[in-house]
Design a protein around this ligand. Structure first.
Ligand SMILES: Cc1cc2nc3c(=O)[nH]c(=O)nc-3n(C[C@H](O)[C@H](O)[C@H](O)COP(=O)(O)OP(=O)(O)OC[C@H]3O[C@@H](n4cnc5c(N)ncnc54)[C@H](O)[C@@H]3O)c2cc1C
Length: 307
């Protein structure tokens, strides 16, 4: 119930306008993001690299309706790619189709993504495409297929809570995709998504098994993006059974969540990447983080008390 309420709040403009201005909410959000600027995010890239943890940068913002705004986002990413290239940092980026203008037109998002991918190629960086609400899945997969036909260093996120994902993954495999597997963060109806956590977890494991088989045969990159310790252990066991080493298996997590586990996995030899989000448009994204673990609300309350 609380999860549904928080996800509803993530899409509510009144909440976004008013709650996001409250000082204690702004202080609480710092747990999940180092700051609002790319400079602050890039400093974290440097800090994490000391523990062998690599990064993925993401500018917060979604559902852009003006072409100029999507253009600004594209320019921003081009500048970030140039900067991390010039500083020789091991960071990737992750973009949201709705932030690059998919709601304005498929030609708009495709052109903006192409600019970003070309800059990334020039500077030797990898670009992920986030998966948003289920209405965007077909368009996002089409966007990814077109991008992948021109650029190798690009990947897409797939969500284990959707019934359709096993079919989507099977359809992508012939193009040797890079896949970031997540459980899924949006409010979805039972018509399209498993309502029960145990079914989502079970589907995640099955999709992970398919991906592990494919990594073994080459061509495919898989990143298991989860903080779920039990699932991580199962994936490690499955990988060992396939004769894989920790270096063959990549995990990704969000900044500020599961920090000890990130360090432990990196020390075990896994590739670990942490998604560092930054920017001023953090409200809907932050509400989704609260919805994933409503106990996080206590943290917000504590920030309110300590003001
Ligand atoms: C790198 C990365 C990229 C992502 N990209 C996308 C995307 O493109 N599209 C999309 O729909 N979703 C994305 N997500 C979010 C994802 O779908 C889940 O909502 C989120 O990862 C929580 O699920 P979980 O796998 O950690 O498992 P859960 O079962 O939700 O959580 C397992 C454990 O992790 C900890 N945990 C999980 N979330 C939180 C939190 N917010 N605060 C504190 N502790 C927490 C808790 O200890 C919890 O018990 C991404 C997640 C990651 C890690």
């Amino acid at each position: 119930m609380l999860r549904k309420l928080l996800l509803w709040g993530s899409e509510n403009d009144f909440f976004s306008d008013h709650v996001a201005r409250l000082g204690f909410v702004r202080r609480a959000v710092r747990r999940f993001m180092p700051g609002e600027t790319s400079a602050e995010a890039i400093e974290e890239v440097v800090r994490l690299s000391v523990s062998r943890i690599r990064s993925v940068l993401a500018l917060l913002g979604e559902n852009v309706t003006e072409a100029d705004e999507a253009d600004d986002v594209t320019r921003h990413y081009e500048a970030v790619l140039k900067e991390i290239g010039a500083r020789d940092l091991d960071a990737e980026i992750s973009v949201k189709p709705t932030q690059l203008g998919i709601d304005i037109g498929e030609d708009v998002v495709a052109a903006n993504l192409e600019r970003i991918l070309s800059t990334a190629k020039e500077h030797g960086h990898f670009v992920w495409i986030d998966m948003e609400g289920s209405d965007y899945v077909d368009r996002t997969l089409d966007l990814y297929r077109a991008a992948r036909s021109r650029h190798t260093d690009t990947g897409v996120c797939l969500q284990a809570y959707l019934y359709r994902t096993a079919e989507d993954l099977a359809a992508l495999l012939p193009i040797n995709p890079s896949v970031r597997l997540v459980k899924g963060a949006y409010a979805e109806s039972t018509k399209v998504a498993f309502p029960r956590k145990r079914d989502v977890d079970q589907n995640y494991l099955q999709l992970a098994q398919t991906l592990l088989d494919e990594i073994g045969s080459g061509g495919v990159r898989a990143a298991f993006a989860t903080h779920d310790g039990a699932l991580i252990r199962r994936i490690q066991e499955e990988a060992t059974q396939r004769g894989m080493t920790p270096g063959d298996v990549e995990f990704q997590m969000l900044y500020g969540i599961g920090t000890t586990s990130q360090e432990k996995l990196a020390a075990q030899g896994h590739e670990v990447r942490v998604h560092i989000s930054y920017g001023t448009a953090w409200f809907p994204w932050y509400m989704r983080r609260l919805a994933e673990r409503p106990a996080n609300l206590w943290f917000v309350m504590r920030k309110m008390m300590s003001r």
